[in-house]
Design a protein around this ligand. Sequence first.
Ligand SMILES: C[S@@+](CC[C@H](N)C(=O)[O-])C[C@H]1O[C@@H](n2cnc3c(N)ncnc32)[C@H](O)[C@@H]1O
Length: 209
Amino acid sequence: MERLNAIKYKAIMNNVPIMEDAGILFCQDFIRSHNVVNILEIGTAVGYWSIAMALLDSKIKITTIEFSHARYVEALMNVKSFNLDHQIECIWMDAKDYQTDKKFDLIFLDGPKAQQLNYFNLFIDNLSAKGTILVDNIDFHGHVANRSELVLRKNLRHMVEKIAHFQKVLEGNPNYITHKYDVGDGVLLIWRKYPESIDCDMITKGESR
Ligand SMILES: C[S@@+](CC[C@H](N)C(=O)[O-])C[C@H]1O[C@@H](n2cnc3c(N)ncnc32)[C@H](O)[C@@H]1O
């Protein structure tokens, strides 16, 4: 769609990081095939991903959090220009301070890359029993696989070590199933292995997907 592409190209021109096309298509397929309705996104940027997902179905509701005020304002404008304010709630906040009782079918961790494990722990209780956590940039431009070559780039090395650690911790956790997909910059999906063990209001109320 032309208007969505305009948001994408403006973001690219302004060095605002957004999900790659292959990742967007992957997420759209996932959301359609899993009947995802409620989504939490950490890291709105200018709203590109949220808008691309909300356009799939008017049932989809997205809460998205961004701590840069300039990006939040631009996201608000973009969401409004698509008349999606009733589907996308943009929140200007540091995601580490966000608290809610809501449960989400999909939680997209796309904020600070070195903090993925902290954000996973912070929001896991907001994941519906059969929900999915989605993590983008799990390959971080190929650096995660080749991190031994990053000896001189300390900050980058620190970040890719953290990404690799996050993936390793989740893979080693018997309560979760992880699957990495080689799309875009690498997408990791995480599910609960024993969703029936979760005491989830949404299930008892019959509202789960
Ligand atoms: C990769 S971009 C998000 C791209 C967006 N998901 C998309 O694909 O259109 C990551 C965003 O997370 C934001 N961010 C970083 N740390 C954050 C935090 N602690 N709380 C909220 N947002 C944060 C950054 O300002 C940046 O805009």
